[in-house]
Write a protein of this length. Sequence first.
Length: 117
Amino acid sequence: MEQYETAPSFYEWLEWAEELAYGRLRLLPEQFYRLTPMELDKMLHANESRLEQQRWDMAYWVANMVSVHTKKPIQPTSLMEPLLPKKSLGEKKKETEEFFKSFERQRNEVTQDGNSG
C-alpha cells in the first residue's frame, strides 16, 4: 500500500485490498469479505515469502544451467539482485546500529559471565 501522510479512507483501503485479494491471492469475494484485515495481511506476507522462495529456487537452477557456458560461474545472488527490495540508507543504518548493539550486549554478557565464575 502506498505511504499516506494520513490514514487512507476505508474505500481507499478496500480498493487496495480487493486488488491484492482478487489478483495476487486469487480469492473469491465471499472469501475476501470473511477475512479480518490482520488475516489478509498475514496471507499477503505468506504469499510474498512463497514467491521470494520460488524466485531463489529458480535463480539457483538458472545459475547452474548458465554457468556451464561461462568461464566464471554465475551466482544466484547476482540473478536475484534486481528482484530484491532495496533498503533505504535509514534502514541500512538502523540494521547496522542494531547489529552493533546486539554485539555489544552479547560481549557484555560474556564478560559478566567470565567475571562471576
